[in-house]
Each structure stands twice: as structure tokens, then as C-alpha cells.
Design a protein around this ligand. Structure first.
Ligand code: SF4
Length: 487
């Protein structure tokens, strides 16, 4: 799209036109003079174009992965008129803001637009090799929990004897990653990263290269003893603890481990005290999944965070990622009563956060953000037919202890049935990660999806998959220069 032009306007009406309850007529009226200038339209034309532009903004603010041809048919316009609309849209920045602030805006601002800027999506679309824009290291040989929703195969783990070689392999990847994006790498699983006794050394190695790693952990092993044995853990940029409940009973129901909440809480309280003494200590936060019927627990979650903050008043927890469990809802929708409950709970939660933990950054994710706005979010549902056999290793890969490079984030578990088909190759002393990806891409390797394979994709993979499908459709329909609507 063309570059933006400086225009006078009533930005709020236009920028807010995608919110539930907004008045499209007011936005159209505010847009008319801008359209006249941006599209060189006369008065009659400007009215029609302004209405179409508001409609486009609303479409892409709720269904960001709509192919351009579907949007064009929705408006009932011919290609030249559609071209004119896309051009005008690109020249009026308030419309872009309206899309980004709309109910599905987080898809754009959290994932699509940042990845667009790296060029990784173009590389994936065009089958060109590129170093992955996101590299997950999965260093945990085992896990002490057995969460009911986890795809992990019970009892499956990596041999202890694979740890030393695995850590050498991870070190080689740390040494090989380009340094233009310090946030490129993270530590997660797969299994629990803190079960790897060499984790601290890997973290220090990465920190020395300037990499800002986030560690995803259940924090059961984040004890003072672990920190004493592995002081390198202090060099990590952020620790994100997955929280599985707010008392021992809830934890046991989810993880099957007894007294686990008490232990994790004790670890984090001590970690907070130690953090207080170290100005450069890692950022700390939680990931919390709202299980069905447990929206009311959000208020107790704020109390829990406030309690941890009290242990280190100068270092309150920095972030919280909230997600909702949709696994039991095949259409991705909440029943009306539950939706109302959720909206109410989110509002009360918001208020309590402002009162008790005002510095906490809360990331509501794609779906909860729109529910806060009172819109029922439909989750992306990638199916085997819409999975891409070439996947997207230019955008993201995950590497386990054996050096196997997985194409999807939920595939990197030992012995998981069918997951080995999603191994792009293996990092070895003779083969770097860049070479594994390059071979997979240049040899045009492809994995034919089978029923059930969609579960190997996590929410991020699904967004990337949907975006690439949209881009492919746009290019095929002759809209290559404007593919993807916003970028
Ligand atoms: S979800 Fe995480 S903590 Fe739970 S069993 Fe799976 S790997 Fe372990």
C-alpha cells in the first residue's frame, strides 16, 4: 500500500470504528474528506468509498486472516475499485489503527506484524531458506508433573546419558544464532527445562552473546539449592512460570503432584527475596490458563501475585499471560452464560489488578482480549487440510535434547506418536541448525498432514499457518503486491 499522507481528521471516531457498539455512520462521515484527498474522489464517490473502508476495517479487525478476494466479494466491488480502496486504506493511518485496536487486534500486534517486519513470512511463502526467527530450545530430559492436558507420553523421557551431548549441541546453536534479534531464542519444553543440570551454563553462554532468553518453567525445581548449583540461571532475561492452580488441591487435580502449589509458592517467595538483592535479576511472571468454570479464580490470582510482590516490594512481578482453555469446545465458542461470567470476571480482575498490582503487565492473548470487549472470539481452527506440508521453519523451530529440529511447538516430546514426521533434521557436530533448515527448505521437503496432526501446532503456530494460507491465497488471486492486507 502507498505511504500515509498527513491528513486532518477526527481520529477517534475512525480509530474506534471497529469496537463493539461503535457508530459506523460517524466514522464514515469523518472519513469522507480524508477519502476525497487519499483517493482523489468526488463527493458522491467519497461517501461510497468511506463506507467500504469502514467495512474493510471491521472485517480485518475481527477476521484478520480473510483472503483479499473474500473481502472484495463481501463488499461486492470489482477489482479496480477494490484496488482503489486498498490504496486509500494504506494512506489513512487511522484505519490501520482501527484494525489493530479491534477485537482481534492482538493477532496483528502480537504476532503477525512483528513477524512480517522480519521478512520470515516472505521467506516461508517463497520457499527461501532463512535462519528461523524464533528458536525454542527444549533442554528438559524429564518432568516431575503429569498435567492432564499435556500431550506428553506418560513415562517417556530422555536418557540421562543424552544430557551432556545435548548441552554441547545446544551450546553450538547458541553460538550460531545471528545477533540482530536478541529475543530470538527461548527455553521451554517439551519437558521441564529445570530438570537439566547444565541449564545455568547454557543461559550464561547465551547471555554473554547478548541473547535475552525467556525460561518457561513450572518452577517446582526453582529452589535455592538449584540456584546455588546453577548460578547461571540468574543470567536469564525472564522466567515465566506456568501456574496450574492457586492451591494444592487445584494443582494436584491438574498436575497429579501433591503439595505442589505450596512448593512452587515457597520457591517463588524465596526467589523474590533473592531478586530484591540483585538489580539485574530476571524479570518474573506467570502464565495462567483459565480452566472452564474457573474464571472467578482470577481474583485469587491477583492476591497470589500481591503476596509475592510483598516479599520484594521493590521488585513486583512484571508480567502475566492469561489464556483460556478451549480444548473442550470444538467450535471455539463459549456458551452465553459462561461468556457473561467470563466478561464479568475479567472486569473484576482488571479492577483488582489496578488496585493491588498496578505495575503488572497483563497479556490477555487473542481470545480473551476480544471477550473483554464483549465479542465472542472464534479461535483459529487449523485442520489437517489447512496445514501446510512445508510448515514454516523460517519463522520458528524447536530443538530437543537429541538435536532433533521440530517444525511445530507441541511436537517436541519424546515418543509422541506421529511427531517424528515433523522433525526437519538433526543438529549434530557436523550439521548446524542453519544447515538443517536450509536442507529442509531447498530440498522442498514436505510432510503430508494426517488427522490429529493439527494438535502439534500451538496457538502461535496456528496464527503463522493461517497467515501463510492467507498470503498464498492473495498471491494466487493476483494481489501479490498487497498480500496479507496489513504488513
Ligand atoms: S504441561 Fe509442562 S509441567 Fe505439565 S506435564 Fe507437561 S511438560 Fe510437565
Amino acid at each position: 500500500m502507498s505511504s500515509a499522507v498527513e491528513l486532518q481528521s477526527e481520529p477517534n471516531v475512525i480509530e474506534l470504528c471497529t469496537l463493539p457498539g461503535a457508530d459506523p455512520a460517524a466514522a464514515i462521515a469523518a472519513l469522507r474528506p480524508l477519502v476525497g484527498e487519499a483517493a482523489g474522489a468526488g463527493e458522491a464517490d467519497a461517501e461510497r468509498l468511506a463506507a467500504h473502508l469502514v467495512s474493510l476495517a471491521r472485517t480485518y479487525s475481527t477476521e484478520p486472516f480473510t483472503p483479499l478476494e473474500a473481502a472484495r466479494h463481501g463488499l461486492g466491488v470489482e477489482r479496480p475499485e477494490f484496488r482503489r480502496l486498498l490504496d486509500a486504506f494504506g494512506r489513512i493511518p487511522q484505519l490501520r489503527t482501527a484494525v489493530e485496536r479491534g477485537p482481534a487486534g492482538k493477532y496483528w500486534t502480537n504476532t503477525v506484524l512483528p513477524v512480517e517486519r522480519t521478512g520470515a513470512l516472505d521467506a516461508a511463502l517463497n520457499g527461501k531458506p532463512a535462519f528461523p526467527n524464533s528458536v525454542g530450545l527444549y533442554p528438559g530430559p524429564t518432568c516431575m508433573f503429569r498435567c492432564h492436558f499435556c500431550v506428553r507420553v506418560t513415562g517417556a523421557k530422555y536418557e540421562a546419558s543424552s544430557v551432556a551431548g545435548g548441552n554441547e549441541m545446544f551450546a553450538s546453536i547458541i553460538d550460531e544464532v545471528p545477533l540482530d534479534n536478541p529475543q530470538l531464542m527461548y527455553l521451554s519444553g517439551g519437558l521441564e527445562p529445570l530438570t537439566n543440570p547444565g541449564l545455568g551454563e547454557l543461559i550464561t553462554r547465551a547471555a554473554r552473546r547478548g541473547l535475552k532468553l525467556t525460561l518457561y518453567t513450572n518452577s517446582f525445581a526453582l529452589t535455592e539449592q538449584t540456584l546455588a548449583r546453577q548460578p547461571g540461571i540468574w543470567d536469564v532475561h525472564a522466567i515465566r512460570t506456568s501456574l496450574y492452580g492457586l492451591n494444592d488441591e487445584e494443582y494436584q487435580a491438574t498436575t497429579t503432584k501433591r503439595a505442589a502449589f505450596s512448593r512452587v509458592k515457597k520457591n517463588l517467595l524465596r526467589f523474590q527475596e533473592l531478586r530484591q538483592e540483585r538489580p539485574d535479576a530476571p524479570r518474573l511472571g506467570f502464565s495462567y490458563i483459565i480452566l472452564p468454570g474457573r474464571a472467578h479464580r482470577l481474583l485469587d490470582l491477583v492476591d497470589h501475585i500481591a503476596e509475592l510482590n510483598a516479599a520484594a516490594p521493590d521488585r513486583p512481578l512484571e508480567f502475566l499471560t492469561l489464556r483460556e482453555d478451549y480444548s473442550g469446545r470444538p467450535d471455539g465458542k463459549l456458551p452465553a452464560a459462561e461468556r457473561a461470567q467470563m466478561q464479568e470476571a475479567l472486569a473484576a480482575f482488571d479492577e483488582k489488578v489496578r488496585a493491588l498490582t498496578p505495575t503488572l503487565y497483563v497479556d490477555y492473548g487473542y481470545a480473551l482480549e476480544s471477550q473483554r470487549m464483549g465479542v465472542d472470539a472464534e479461535l483459529l481452527r487449523i485442520r489437517p487440510e489447512t496445514m501446510r506440508p512445508t510448515a514454516h521453519p523460517q519463522v520458528a523451530v524447536q530443538v530437543d535434547l537429541l538435536g532433533d529440529v521440530y517444525l511445530y511447538r507441541e511436537a517436541g516430546f519424546p515418543d509422541l506418536k506421529g511427531a517424528d514426521r515433523y522433525i526437519a533434521g538433526r543438529v549434530t557436530p557436523d550439521t548446524s541448525l542453519a544447515e538443517v533448515v536450509e536442507r529442509f527448505v531447498t530440498e522442498r521437503r514436505a510432510v503430508e498432514p494426517m488427522p490429529g496432526d493439527e494438535y502439534f501446532l500451538d496457538g502461535y503456530d496456528q496464527v503463522i499457518n493461517a497467515r501463510l494460507n492467507q498470503m498464498t491465497a492473495d498471491v494466487a488471486a493476483g494481489w501479490a503486491d498487497v498480500r496479507g492486507f496489513l504488513r
